[in-house]
Ligand binder design. Structure first.
Ligand code: GRF
Length: 217
């Protein structure tokens, strides 16, 4: 079966991009990254694309006269590369409703919380301030509202008493690196159906037990 062609949009370090590249290198993985776009010329994540021999392009908002011209360049780059699914991976710009509509149900994002809780920035500090016992990561279809859209895959991680935003972020990031390749694989295998706000995944199994944090001993 033909592999699903991915476009990945980044702004920074690109560890989720690297997780996708690594997954795509596994035999039998049903997707491949064909285009990476950064809106930051110095994004260290671009090196992951270069190392893997993937087309990488930097498109800087300030080089365009308007947001719509900037987004048109992103859109044209993705379409020229034959991208079928766009993956936002630490892309630090809010895409317009028009762009989102043009890629409806073919545009996904990873967010470092258990959405719909803790949308937005400074997630981990807010999770700690709220005293939550769990956090996690979410891969979801993108809608015009920031950090909203039908949820594909989530994982939970425990919050420890001595966590800082940095230690919690690192734990959540390991979860992101597992969730994102799984979500892409489920889409690529044709197992995903969006029904309103819910995503149905054919043949998926779910954990069936209660998880408690802290444990008794
Ligand atoms: C991740 O935590 C992602 O959830 C958030 O930005 C971070 C990007 O990290 N949207 P990386 O660039 O993929 O390493």
């Amino acid at each position: 079966m033909a592999k699903l062609s991915l476009g990945v949009l980044i702004s920074g370090r690109g560890s989720n991009l690297q997780a996708l590249i690594a997954a795509c290198a596994s035999p039998g993985y049903p997707a491949r990254v064909v285009q990476v776009i950064s809106d930051q010329p110095d994004a260290s994540g671009l090196a992951h694309a270069v190392r893997a021999g993937i087309a990488a392009r930097t498109l800087v908002r300030g080089d365009f006269s308007s947001r719509s011209a900037f987004e048109a360049a992103i859109d044209a780059t993705l379409r020229d590369a034959g991208v079928e699914l766009v993956c936002l991976a630490g892309f630090m710009r809010v895409l317009s409703a028009d762009f989102v509509a043009g890629w409806r149900d073919r545009l996904i994002n990873v967010h470092p919380s258990l959405l719909p809780a803790f949308k937005g920035l400074d997630t981990h500090a807010r999770v700690l301030a709220a005293g939550a016992r769990f956090s996690g990561a979410t891969v979801h279809f993108v809608r015009a509202e920031v950090d909203a859209g039908p949820i594909l895959v989530q994982c939970t991680v425990p919050v420890a008493d001595d966590d800082t935003a940095e230690t919690l972020a690192a734990r959540v990031l390991r979860g992101e690196h597992r969730c994102y390749p799984l979500a892409v694989r489920l889409i690529a295998e044709g197992r995903v159906a969006v029904a309103g706000e819910r995503v149905h995944i054919a043949g998926a199994t779910s954990p069936s037990d209660v998880v408690i944090n802290p444990t008794e001993d």
